[in-house]
Structure formats: structure tokens, C-alpha cells
Design a binder for this molecule. Structure first.
Ligand SMILES: NC(=O)c1ccc[n+]([C@@H]2O[C@H](COP(=O)([O-])OP(=O)(O)OC[C@H]3O[C@@H](n4cnc5c(N)ncnc54)[C@H](O)[C@@H]3O)[C@@H](O)[C@H]2O)c1
Length: 320
């Protein structure tokens, strides 16, 4: 049977690139991209793009049945910084959205579910360098609390109801196609938008704030590879640690300066610094490497090259 894919939250930072990759893999007609925010340019020409609120369980079941869905990718969430402004909204969307998808998957015999977790599940008490797969989870943000609880629910549905739900603890993701949605690592995308316009950048983290990061092409490939892996090989049913690279704002700025010598950065740390301080600085991803062969491709310099190239091609005012 052909796989039929439902993506929920398809027009955010990850969904923009993951949707394209899934359309390439399964064929555009087999991928239903949904969100509560449909970009204007898509609504007329793309009939596989639908309004779907993941909090509406009935609408979710209707979509699953109407399109004979076999796999669900749930990307809708309130992220770390936005979650600190609206903690109960973060809990409601991140938790009820996941439970709606897990219940729908159970009742409708969905073959596979993907739901991303985050390095925000770790808190001050987890080892920082590198942070192991199995360790204490005492998250310090509402977002992290929702992700840690979500991981436990995924494991519960796997063992109790045989729902094949798979998850990754993403680090900060860096991409050129869509702007990030309110996380503590957003600086690593914003900085490139300033650099290509020859503007200086004021960073809201300290110069020395090391964080784990990943280029989006690696993140999308990780999702595809995890979802393709034979079930018998998977030993982690909460969420896999995966690692890409780790760097400070100073190191990222230096990589940009090698390519744009006049680029300047200054620092004005705000409340986002305390979120960053509660997260690990590097990630031990040996379970992902052993179970399904994970290996990142991009390092800091190759990611910088790709980001600058992509943004120069995609920002209209840079074309003249
Ligand atoms: N981007 C990162 O750096 C990062 C890192 C770790 C984990 N993650 C996780 O990956 C997932 C996707 O992240 P992202 O960066 O693409 O987020 P994003 O905020 O860019 O996109 C989320 C999308 O969900 C949609 N949405 C919001 N409420 C919805 C609802 N009720 N029903 C349906 N759609 C709704 C939004 O309109 C948005 O397009 C999230 O679970 C996030 O926690 C992201």
C-alpha cells in the first residue's frame, strides 16, 4: 500500500523543508500539508494544503480518514521563548495536540507517527558536555516540561497500544527557507539575515553561550532516516539524542566574518540567556548512531557557506 502522509504544522520552520522532502519521497499527491496558518501564495494553487487545527480532534480524525493517512508528522507546537510568555498555552498545544495525534493513531491504526522533542527536556541537573541519552530530565521551561512529558506519552503509547511513534531531541535548527518560531536558538538564523544585508547584529545571548545546533538539511534527513529504520532496530521509544555541531555566538560570527569581513556582532544578553544556560552544550548521540546509523553532514563552516548562498538567492532585495 502507498504511504499517505499527514503533516500538521507544515508551514513552520521545520515543516517548510520537511514537507518538500516528503513530497519528493512519497509523491506530492500522497502528502497532505496542514496548518492553521496557510501562506497566501499557496492557498489557490495547492489543493494538498489544508487548514487543520490539531486541537480539533474531530477534524483530525476526519482528515485521517478522508485522505487514508498512514503516517502523521506532528510539528505544531509553542516553542521555548514563546512558551515562557504563555506557559499554559504551551502546555495545552504541545500536550493536547500530541495526545490527539496519539489517540487518532491508535484508533485509526496509523502505521507510524513522527513527533519532535527537543534538548529543552534537559535542565540544570543533566550533564552538559556531552549530555547522555539516558539522564535526569528536570526541564526549566514550560516548553521543556511539555516535551519531557510528551516523550513519556510516546513511550507509553508504544508499549501499551503498539503505536509506532518515533522522536528526536532536536538541537537548535538553522535554516534559510523559513524564519524560526520563537525559540532560544533563533539568533543563529537571525544573524545570517543581518549579515547578508551588511548589517551588524545584536545578539541576545552571551558571547560564550555554547549550544548544540544542526543545519536543517541534516535535521530533515534525520527524520526521514529514523522513519525508515526497521522497528526492530530501535531501542529508544522516548526520543533519540542527535548531534550536529556546537558553537558559541562568537564562533558563528567568526565563521561569517571569514566570508563577510566587515560583519560586526555585539552582545546584549536578555532573559533568553537563562534558557540557554539550562541546556547542554553538546549531545551524546551514540544510540542514534548505533540503532539507525545517524551521522551529521554539516559542520559550522559548511553550514555558513550554505546559509549565505541560499539567503543571497532567496532575498529579493539582494537580487538587484
Ligand atoms: N526549530 C527548532 O529549532 C526546533 C528545535 C527543537 C524542536 N523543535 C520542534 O519541532 C517542531 C516544529 O518546530 P518549528 O520550529 O517548525 O516550529 P514553528 O513554530 O516554526 O512551526 C509550527 C507550526 O505549527 C503551526 N501551528 C500552531 N498551532 C497549531 C495548531 N493548533 N494546529 C495546527 N498547526 C498549528 C504554526 O502555524 C506553525 O506553522 C515543534 O514541535 C518544535 O518544538 C524545533
Amino acid at each position: 500500500m502507498t504511504d499517505r502522509i499527514l503533516i500538521i504544522g507544515a508551514y513552520g520552520q521545520i515543516g517548510t523543508e520537511l514537507t518538500l522532502a516528503l513530497k519528493r519521497k512519497y509523491g506530492p499527491a500522497n502528502v497532505i500539508a496542514t496548518d492553521i496558518r496557510i501562506p497566501d501564495h499557496l492557498s489557490d494553487e495547492d489543493d494538498s494544503c489544508l487548514y487543520l487545527d490539531v486541537l480539533n480532534r474531530r477534524a483530525l480524525d476526519l482528515a485521517v480518514n478522508k485522505y487514508q493517512i498512514t503516517q502523521i508528522y506532528l510539528l505544531a507546537a509553542v516553542l521555548s521563548v514563546s512558551g515562557e510568555q504563555q506557559p499554559l498555552k504551551a502546555w495545552e498545544l504541545n500536550m493536547q495536540g500530541l495526545l490527539n495525534v496519539l489517540e487518532s493513531a491508535r484508533e485509526n491504526f496509523i502505521a507510524r507517527v513522527f513527533w519532535p522533542s527537543s534538548i529543552a527536556v534537559f535542565g540544570h541537573h543533566a550533564p552538559k558536555k556531552p549530555c547522555p541519552q539516558h539522564t535526569v530530565l528536570q526541564p526549566s521551561t514550560a516548553y521543556g516540561i511539555s516535551k519531557a512529558a510528551g516523550e513519556d506519552w510516546c513511550q507509553y503509547y508504544f508499549h501499551k497500544f503498539d503505536v509506532d511513534v518515533r522522536s528526536l531531541r532536536f538541537p537548535g535548527l538553522i535554516s534559510s527557507s523559513a524564519l524560526p518560531g520563537g525559540g532560544a536558538t533563533d539568533y543563529a538564523v537571525d544573524i545570517f539575515h543581518h549579515a547578508v544585508r551588511n548589517e551588524s547584529y545584536t545578539c541576545y545571548l552571551k558571547a560564550s553561550a555554547t549550544l548544540p545546533m544542526m543545519y536543517m538539511a541534516d535535521a530533515v534527513r534525520a527524520v526521514l532516516e529514523l522513519m525508515e529504520a526497521p522497528a526492530a532496530q530501535l531501542t529508544v521509544h522516548t526520543a533519540y539524542n542527535i548531534s550536529g555541531m556546537s558553537f558559541t555566538p562568537t564562533q558563528l560570527a567568526a565563521s561569517i566574518k571569514k566570508r563577510i569581513p566587515g560583519f560586526k556582532i555585539n552582545y546584549k544578553p536578555d532573559s533568553r540567556q537563562s534558557i540557554a544556560e539550562s541546556w547542554p552544550t553538546s549531545i551524546d548521540d551514540r544510540f542514534a548512531r548505533k540503532d539507525w546509523g545517524w551521522e551529521p553532514e554539516y559542520d559550522l563552516d559548511s553550514m555558513t557557506d550554505q546559509m549565505l548562498l541560499n539567503l543571497r538567492h532567496s532575498i529579493p532585495e539582494l537580487q538587484v
